[in-house]
Ligand binder design. Structure first.
Ligand code: SF4
Ligand code: SF4
Length: 136
């Protein structure tokens, strides 16, 4: 009787869709609201440091002088608190996780320096300046 049951299970499993996915051969499709990783539009950041102060795990470091924004990926718990408090709305919790690694991943984004000429032009609004490409 048990053999019949097992035989039936084997036959069924032969014709069933696999329960697992051939990752990474078949890329994962993320749900729209997946909390994957925090990304920053560094060009819009004003280095106010609110995100770093509100982060419950101290995963963010902001250096106003060096114009850098750093996140320790393994320290982030994807709570989105930083996204909610950013006054410039330049943080996003995007779908898709950071790649696995054997070391703690720390990502640093640096705001590109604007040349004095560009700064002058921006002040006078005389020319339109193309958007900078952003973070490293
Ligand atoms: S809260 Fe927003 S603007 Fe302020 S440092 Fe963080 S990312 Fe930049
Ligand atoms: S999502 Fe939460 S844990 Fe991650 S960096 Fe933002 S505030 Fe910190």
């Amino acid at each position: 009787m048990a053999n019949l049951k097992i035989g039936g299970m084997i036959l069924r499993s032969l014709f069933k869709k696999p329960a697992t996915q051939m990752y990474p051969v078949i890329p994962k499709e993320w749900k729209e609201r997946t909390r994957g990783r925090i990304e920053i539009d560094i060009d819009d950041c004003i280095f106010c440091g609110i995100c770093a102060r509100k982060c419950p795990t101290d995963a963010i470091t902001v250096n106003r002088t060096a114009k850098t924004w750093t996140i320790e990926r393994m320290g982030c718990v994807q709570c989105s608190c930083c996204v909610d408090v950013c006054p410039k709305s330049c943080l996003n919790n995007v779908a898709g996780y950071t790649s696995p690694d054997v070391v703690k991943i720390v990502d640093t984004f640096t705001k590109a320096e604007e040349t004095p000429q560009v700064e002058e032009a921006l002040k006078s609004d005389a020319v339109s300046v193309p958007e900078a490409t952003g973070a490293e």
